[in-house]
Design a protein around this ligand. Structure first.
Ligand SMILES: [Zn+2]
Length: 336
């Protein structure tokens, strides 16, 4: 400020550029920069001391700042405050937490929540009842492959019957749900009457084998009731030849066919069953048994009969009657 006051009395040309502006502003406000400044603050009458002790050089924050600048070594040895005992390391094993008092709401305690109910914690009998609701049907199930159009024009073959979604959760649920699905239903392998599905005949050993392989082999071994239905033409009209495969309680597989009830020759069917039993000793998978049976039967048909393209590729027996049992032959029988 001293430099400014000295320069204001000198000519304008010798002054600094900023001083002229300052002088002009003060002149507009009626002030003179060279006049001594008057401090117009009047000390109150009731103030005994100015500045107050807590604002002067002895103010607490200045004292604290001075104390913080002291070296740590000095402060460490200065017993300004009574020394506190050193903290001891706590053991790692924390003691058991004290039980919190039960919160209250109004005049009644808040009831505790029930434990979550999980499916796998239920008794096995209850789980079986749930699986039966999901997987067991009153009527038979028909294994099929159906072409399904996906997005983008892609076409895939979908396997039926579809497994319950619950079987995709984990291995244990898959094992339990699919064992109920395969053991409690009757699976009928036959050629679909739908024109779209004619080329996916489930009496063909190729599609039967694929259906079997698309399932976990250990689970398809749970099958207990399987039927193999084949088309035939009798003299009276269309006829369905049914092979019934059942897994008995002792693990034995019982195979029957209903052609004996019709009065027609069933020598070929009996021979196919006998060859199948000789080949499948110790086998417990009904789908594999049905596949071998269908293959053995078709092999024998191809050796004896000829395929008739006019009858949807079915086989026509060479003679009207059987040379062994003297019973009538079916006009046409399907080879699967
Ligand atoms: Zn015969």
């Amino acid at each position: 400020m001293a430099a400014y006051t000295e320069s204001l009395g000198e000519p304008q040309g010798a002054a600094e550029p900023g001083e002229g502006i300052l002088k002009t502003i003060m002149a507009l406000r009626g002030l003179d920069i060279s006049a001594p400044s008057d401090f117009d603050f009047i000390l109150p009458a009731d103030c005994p001391q100015w500045p107050a002790p807590h604002y002067g050089p002895d103010s607490p924050h200045l004292q604290a700042a001075k104390g913080s600048r002291q070296p740590k070594t000095k402060r460490r040895h200065a017993p300004s405050t009574p020394s506190t005992p050193a903290k001891t390391c706590k053991p790692r094993s924390t003691p058991a937490k004290k039980a919190k008092p039960e919160p209250t709401r109004g005049h009644l305690p808040i009831p505790k929540r029930d434990q979550p109910l999980r499916l796998l914690t239920l008794p096995g009998e209850l789980r079986d009842m749930i699986y039966d609701l999901l997987a067991v049907r009153e009527g038979p199930l028909f294994p099929q492959y159906r072409p399904v159009h996906m997005r983008g024009g892609r076409k895939v073959l979908r396997r039926y019957p579809q497994e319950p979604t619950l079987a995709l959760v984990n291995k244990q649920l898959r094992h339990e749900v699919l064992s109920s699905l395969y053991a409690s239903n009757v699976f009928v392998f036959r050629r679909s009457e739908e024109q779209l599905l004619q080329s996916f005949s489930m009496t063909d050993t190729v599609w039967m084998t694929r259906w079997h392989c698309d399932c976990t082999p250990a689970l398809s071994g749970y099958l207990r009731n399987v039927e193999l239905q084949l088309d035939a033409r009798a003299r009276e009209g269309p006829l369905t030849l049914t092979y019934t495969l059942k897994k008995m309680a002792e693990g034995r597989i019982d195979v029957m066919h209903d052609l004996a009830d019709t009065g027609y020759c069933h020598c070929l069917e009996d021979e196919a069953v006998a060859e199948m039993r000789a080949q499948m000793v110790g086998l417990s998978d009904l789908v594999r048994v049905a596949t071998v049976l269908s293959r053995r039967r078709k092999t024998k048909l191809m050796a004896l009969a000829k395929q008739d393209d006019e009858e949807d590729g079915m086989f026509k027996m060479p003679t009207a009657t059987c040379l062994y049992c003297r019973k009538k032959h079916l006009k046409h029988v399907s080879g699967g």
